[in-house]
Design a protein around this ligand. Structure first.
Ligand code: CUA
Length: 315
């Protein structure tokens, strides 16, 4: 089977798909063979030994050791094979690679939302990079839903009040159907989405474009958060104490002496420059040791830090 799938199954588009199909096919073929043997036996013996007056009757047998061992041993061996084969695949499906990208999946009546660790979020369209494992941490806000991507051969219930997990590694770029496969009310059949598998660079671009930085926070609140999470706190105090860098307290709006003897008004533009190009104007008494945050902080994050520093200076 290849990228187009077959009449029976959609294309195999995850690392697990081939293994799932192999076991499925094994069970299907074994069942088909035994179905054929049983049907053939019923018809053959029905015809061969049907009642034809007295002449065709045989004496009835009540025991055949060889047959009994055979029909016990053969199915047992087959079941043991299916069990261990299935167990091996199952373990692969439930043990997520440690380096997987984690996406929080929320099911609710009647749509899916996806939240990425970087802050991006999306509705009904899960965007993932190709050839990288993606872990899904899933929960529901209302009733039981179920996350099903046929092309990846994954299906997992999504429950209220607890997390369930699933993971996959998509092997082919493209767009794949996502279904809710647990009846969840009148909109159940509308609860459909897609999984978009894209290249690494397209994924990075999408992530960047879809990320709302500090969503739900005011600039000041977001800046307060960044002050710690982006490690400004390591070198800049809020209480006037001097560390590697100057304190943020009491300096906004005033003239600051630079190490080259000039003075600069500490305003929004100076702060922005100091964050993105810290060596341009170094305050007197400090070493030019601050790394640039160009490319690390997004525009809204720079704005947030500036807003926060201003707030510190208003109190
Ligand atoms: Cu959600 Cu069916």
């Amino acid at each position: 089977m290849d990228s187009t799938g077959s009449f029976w199954l959609p294309p195999q588009s995850s690392t697990m798909a081939g293994e799932v199909d192999a076991l499925f096919n094994f069970i299907l073929y074994v069942s088909t063979v035994f179905f054929a043997i049983v049907v053939f036996g019923v018809v053959f013996f029905g015809l061969r030994y049907r009642r034809r007056g007295k002449t065709g009757l045989t004496t009835s047998k009540d025991h055949n050791l060889f047959l009994e061992i055979a029909w016990t041993a053969i199915p047992t061996v087959l079941i043991v094979i299916v069990f261990f084969w299935g167990f091996k695949d199952y373990m692969r499906m439930v043990v997520t690679p440690a380096y997987a990208t984690e996406v929080k999946v929320t099911g609710q009546k009647w749509f899916w939302t996806f939240d990425y660790p970087e802050g991006a979020n999306a509705v009904n369209e899960l965007v993932v990079p190709v050839n990288q494992p993606v872990k899904l941490l899933m929960s529901s806000t209302d009733v039981i839903h179920s996350f099903f991507v046929p092309s990846f051969r994954i299906k997992m219930d999504v429950l209220p009040n607890r997390y369930s997990m699933s993971w996959f590694e998509a092997t082919r770029e493209g767009e794949y159907d996502l279904y809710c496969t647990e009846f969840c009310g009148k909109g159940h059949s509308e609860m459909i989405g897609s999984v978009k598998v894209v290249s690494d660079s397209a994924y990075a671009a999408w992530l960047e474009a879809s990320t709302v930085f500090g969503e739900g926070l005011t600039l000041e609140e977001y800046g307060e958060q960044l002050y710690t999470t982006k490690a400004c706190v390591t070198c800049h105090t809020l209480d006037g104490k001097k560390l590697e860098g100057p304190t943020f307290l009491g300096r906004f709006g005033s003239e600051i002496r630079m190490s080259d003897g000039s003075s600069v008004l500490m305003d929004e533009n100076y702060m922005r420059e100091s964050i993105l190009n810290p060596k341009a104007k170094v305050a007197d008494g400090y070493q030019p040791v601050m790394p640039t945050f160009q490319g690390i902080l997004k525009d809204r994050q720079v704005d947030a830090l500036i807003a926060y520093i201003k707030k510190i200076n208003q109190n």
